[in-house]
Write a protein that binds this ligand. Structure first.
Ligand code: GDP
Length: 314
């Protein structure tokens, strides 16, 4: 097994309005990505029309930022409700989560709902107490409330030493130490590199990937998104597409185009290695939950089945 030290795959989870979108915007801007097309999209993670309409994030939108020698893939998660197991599927692509909590409101029902799923998957949690610029903010108390919640959801106490960051996403700054105000997001980037583990796997094993989400683009058609679990996937490579519900349903397919994420864009790549989040086009039969494997060495990857949507307000 090897570590992919140049990659971090993380999800940002939060109750609606606690500042997830603003935080991603700030992280993008400060890594220099947003400058040229700032006027085109003022809200990065909510660019989908449907999402704009409803004001909530439904589809997963991936972005990637660069800090020092690492690429940080940020996988968005739906906040409002669990649309057919999407939260679990998305969380299975990442090695850690940033939990954003409003410094005034404290943990809310969706904070609890999504955090519970992250803890069930044993993901490390980096807590970001956001909006510390708010005059009515009560960051210290909220730290205690988050610790209580972590203990309630996981009695083992192993989450009690989770790292806390205090941020004003809107002001573009974050700090390790509430008494020290900073003017940039450096402490946040550093905490991501330090507390969110690099993906681990075998570069030399046969290529394997679980299709975690499906995207569609009118120019390139159906796109399967997932993390490369092992080996290397290459353009034009022949792979076996295995259905997760019916083990007899397997078909040989050829990888069309491969994309990785960079800033707000998808960029074509000739190959993608273990640990990379990758989008694949050219396979029209692709379904969520399918596994792409080596035809000479086929086996599926365990998948969270799609269930009826469960509402977060429990
Ligand atoms: P999301 O629903 O979690 O994506 O939340 P948004 O990023 O859309 O933020 C919700 C609201 O909180 C918006 O009006 C933001 O401008 C505001 N907001 C976000 N971050 C901060 C912050 O650090 N301080 C303050 N005062 N407001 C913030």
């Amino acid at each position: 097994m090897s570590l992919r030290e140049d990659i971090r795959n993380i999800a940002i989870i939060a109750h609606v309005d606690h500042g997830k979108t603003t935080l991603v915007d700030a992280l993008l801007k400060q890594s220099g990505i947003f400058r040229e097309n700032q006027e085109v999209q003022d809200r990065v993670m909510d660019s989908n029309d449907l999402e704009r309409e409803r004001g909530i994030t439904i589809l997963s939108k991936n972005t990637a930022i660069h800090y020092k020698n690492a690429k940080i893939n940020i996988i968005d998660t739906p906040g409002h409700a669990d649309f057919g197991g999407e939260v679990e599927r998305v969380l299975k692509m990442v090695n850690g989560v940033i939990l954003v909590v409003d410094s005034f409101e404290g943990p809310m029902p969706q904070t609890r709902f999504v955090l519970k799923k992250a803890l069930e998957l044993n993901l490390p949690v980096l807590v970001c107490i956001n909006k510390v610029d708010r005059p009515e903010g009560r960051a210290e108390e909220v730290v205690d409330e988050v610790l209580e919640l972590l203990l309630e959801l996981d009695e083992s106490e192993r989450y009690l030493d989770s790292h806390f960051i205090f941020a004003s996403a809107i002001g573009g700054w974050a700090t390790d130490d509430l008494s020290v105000k900073k003017d940039n997001m450096e402490d946040m980037y550093e905490a991501i590199l330090k507390y969110m583990p690099a993906p681990e796997g075998d570069f030399d094993a046969p290529p394997k990937m679980l299709i975690s989400t499906i995207d569609y683009n009118e120019y390139i058609g159906r796109i399967g998104v997932g993390k490369v679990e092992s080996g290397i996937i290459k353009v034009n490579q022949e792979m076996l597409l295995m259905n997760h519900l019916d083990e007899n349903k397997k078909v040989k397919v050829k990888i069309g185009k491969l994309y990785e994420y960079d800033g707000l864009k998808r960029v074509e790549v000739p190959e993608a290695k273990m640990g990379s989040i990758v989008a694949i086009s050219g396979i029209e039969d692709l379904q969520i939950g399918d596994t792409l494997t080596d035809p000479s060495n086929p086996n599926t990857i365990e998948f969270v089945n799609i269930s009826e949507p469960t509402i977060a307000m429990t």
